[in-house]
Ligand binder design. Sequence first.
Ligand SMILES: [Zn+2]
Length: 206
Amino acid sequence: MFFIVATCPFCNIRGKHRGIGINQRFTTGLDKVSIIVRCFACNKDFLATTSYPRDDEDYKQIKHYFNTPTSEVVYPDKVFNIFPKPEFYIHSSFPDDIKELIHEIYTTKSPKVAVMCARAILDYTLKNLGIRNDNKNLYDRIQDAYNQEIITKPVAEWAHIIRKFGNFAIHELKATEKEVDEVKEFIKIFLDLVYRIPYEINKFKS
Ligand SMILES: [Zn+2]
């Protein structure tokens, strides 16, 4: 049984993932190792590869473990390259509906669609956090989140910029690539703040 400490490219969970298959190829002086790794969180398989000069002392140690499959070994991730490369940032603590929209932001060819999705994520998330008053609009919800100390002042100010980009995309059907870059950065920070950070803190509390 062996494990690799790595970040899963599919769900972005970092931890001890189990190696389920190993392939070693020996060429002159260089050993290439590919390991199929199964994520403990999302159960998807990814590939960890490495290559070493055969006479490298660290590698001799690693190789020793590869060849003793009954022992429980944990490999550090710095040794390995992980495939596929994660294409965009998604964390398991994000709601599925939001993950779908993040995927859309990164795959659509249309800047206005990407910006609309970012605005939708912002609005949906604030409602999801309990800032739900049907008489209020997104402007009020951002202010409420700030007043309730759910988001900090710089995040609130940035949220208003994203709101304006979104409104312009919805009403004028216009957005730029530069705005898309900005909404991607905002969404990453915003979702970390409201979903991932509380999730990480709760792990230590429980
Ligand atoms: Zn995973």
